[in-house]
Design a protein around this ligand. Structure first.
Ligand code: NAP
Length: 181
């Protein structure tokens, strides 16, 4: 099983404002010009998403459910409201990261997209992420929800490539080499 993080951060490392706001991310207008920062290619390469409840609630607030027919697993310790329109492809789980990977591997999934700050941190903590694709947006927001948090060990990365875009976004891809005690 492969698990990848594909996420945008401010230069100071936040994925959202404290209140969850992502108004500072480039708007849809940027993608109308045809630039999607490799998103479509990436999403086509995964066979399921695993996201935290907060990220799910953000996705639910969009006019259109962004993941089409792709299976989505929402992690939460609470009851998760799943509207009928997406109930065929969305499931909730209250499961530690290692067990999520075991269960989804058993169900035949091969490549997971892990999304949401706390969720990514949980998977990294357990050494379950193989690839990170991080797009830095040229802004400092000072405070917010961080992408990374403490780890029980260092995580050694190999830089694969960095692409820069005309609007100043810089996207770096890393493979996780391993955990260093
Ligand atoms: N910049 C970007 O590209 C980007 C991408 C995605 C999201 N975001 C932003 O990031 C914010 C969300 O990040 P976040 O750090 O708040 O969290 P998150 O990972 O989306 O959600 C955290 C919640 O997920 C649940 N959870 C995670 N792991 C679990 C597990 N193993 N078992 C059970 N429940 C688990 C818990 O929900 P319960 O409290 O219900 O138990 C936890 O409170 C949103 O505001 C969104 O705007 C930004």
């Amino acid at each position: 099983m492969k698990a990848t993080v594909y996420i945008a951060t401010s230069v100071d490392g936040f994925i959202a404002r404290k209140n969850g706001g992502i108004d500072w991310l480039p708007s849809g207008g940027d993608t109308e010009g045809g630039e999607d920062y490799g998103y479509q290619e990436f999403i086509d390469s995964v066979d399921a998403l695993v996201m935290g409840r907060n990220t799910y609630e953000l996705a639910l607030s969009f006019d259109l459910w962004p993941y089409a027919e792709k299976p989505v697993f929402v992690l939460s310790s609470r009851q998760v409201d799943i509207p009928d329109g997406i109930a065929k492809t969305v499931e909730s789980m209250c499961t530690p990261p290692g067990e999520v990977v075991r269960r989804l591997a058993k169900r035949g999934f091969n490549h997971l997209y892990i999304d949401g700050g706390k969720t990514i941190q949980g998977f990294l903590y357990e050494g379950l992420i193989q690839q990170l694709i991080i797009t830095k947006v040229p802004i400092l927001i000072g405070t917010g929800i961080p992408l990374f948090d403490s780890l029980p060990h260092d995580v050694r990365l190999q830089h694969v490539e960095t692409r820069q875009f005309e609007n100043g976004l810089v996207q770096s891809k890393y493979e996780v080499i391993g955990n260093v005690a």
